[in-house]
Design a binder for this molecule. Structure first.
Ligand code: AMP
Ligand code: MN
Ligand code: MN
Length: 327
């Protein structure tokens, strides 16, 4: 990413009249980084005086529990109500166009892709893509700075949510001095870090705790998988969710327990998403490029955290994964 890319992105925004329809989008099943970066940018555009800003993401159009208090949620519209021909389309934290579902059609408009996935396919007219960035919110902070938007508390809260989720609370490798410097700026606006962290990471219904325990309890260790580096995996079915009365996002923390297995470099969690579909989360402790693995299986991600959707029985999807891990 060059200075020219930044300049192009700034020009794409600042060339717009205040009444121009601007559509923001982020990836399907948005996490803290997707939602946080999109809403922070939307609030920033408002601060600049843009009056027709919408934000959306693909179906299922549902903001999950931990994000319900985020500033800027009033920018959201269901994808079916998103403006058909925006003057500018900006998308966040999406590694490829298919992650935008039906909203990918808006790529016919002038577009800016803001993302940090190693597997990003650079599908925008302008691409602010930096795989070294710890989170998409880092890039959004850079863009807001260049547009002259002051960091207020609401924008900071959205940016912080993306930063803290994608860095695993400042634990992962991409947590550079610049990440902490940005965090310091955000916290200095007065955001309530303790309350935010508790809501994001440490609050779940009793039934979800029991569901997670059951799924963690059936973790399988395959020491010889992944070229002998080891694979630990578990799964959760649609029926598991139903028995505990939980929504799919209740399974988000599962992979963090499985990736703690010291004897396995790779962790995989298979989350059933229909009769024949499995959303697979992959993590590596360092010895495996799981982004490469996920791309080979139709997904994407980062070197140490990636995912894909597999089709067929659990055994079949597992076998496909084992084969690529050994390849
Ligand atoms: P998750 O396991 O859902 O937390 O995702 C880990 C990383 O992999 C994130 O950066 C996701 O954006 C990416 N990822 C997960 N699933 C997919 C998919 N089906 N296609 C592309 N990227 C994915
Ligand atoms: Mn994401
Ligand atoms: Mn991200």
């Amino acid at each position: 990413m060059t200075g020219a890319d930044w300049a192009d992105a700034v020009a794409a925004v600042s060339g717009l009249p205040a009444s121009a329809p601007v559509l923001l989008a982020c990836h399907v099943n948005p996490d803290g980084d997707a939602l946080g970066s999109m809403l922070a940018f939307g609030l920033g555009l408002r601060r600049l005086g843009y009056r027709a800003v919408q934000a959306s993401f693909p179906e299922p159009f549902e903001v999950t529990e931990p994000f319900l208090g985020l500033p800027g949620l009033d920018l959201l519209v269901p994808p079916a109500e998103a403006v058909a021909e925006p003057a500018l389309f900006v998308c966040f934290d999406a590694s490829s166009a298919d992650r935008l579902g039906a909203l990918a059609g808006r790529l016919a408009a002038p577009s800016v892709v803001v993302d940090h996935h190693a597997s990003n396919t650079r599908f925008g007219k302008i691409n602010l893509v930096d795989p070294a960035a710890a989170a998409t919110t880092v890039l959004v902070a850079g863009l807001l700075d260049r547009l002259g938007v002051p960091l207020d508390r609401a924008i900071a809260e959205c940016l912080y949510v993306g930063l803290v989720t994608d860095t695993g609370s400042f634990r992962y490798e991409a947590t550079t001095p610049a990440v902490h410097e940005l965090a310091a700026r955000l916290v200095a606006t007065g955001i309530d870090v303790g309350t935010l962290s508790r809501r994001l990471f440490d609050t779940r219904p009793y039934a979800a705790v029991r569901l997670l325990a059951e799924a963690v309890g059936r973790t399988v260790l395959e020491p010889s998988a992944a070229r002998g580096l080891g694979l630990a995996w578990t799964y959760a079915t649609v029926d598991d969710l139903a028995r505990y009365g939980q929504r799919p996002y209740a399974l988000e923390p599962l992979v963090d327990s499985v990736r703690a297995v010291a004897e396995a470099d790779v962790a995989a969690v298979f989350k059933q998403v229909g009769p024949d579909g499995w959303a697979v989360s992959l993590r590596s402790r360092g010895g495996t490029d799981v982004s490469r693995v996920a791309v080979a299986l139709g997904g994407g991600g980062h070197r140490l955290a990636a995912g894909f959707t597999g089709y067929g029985s659990l055994d079949r999807v597992l076998d496909a994964l084992r084969t690529v891990l050994d390849g």
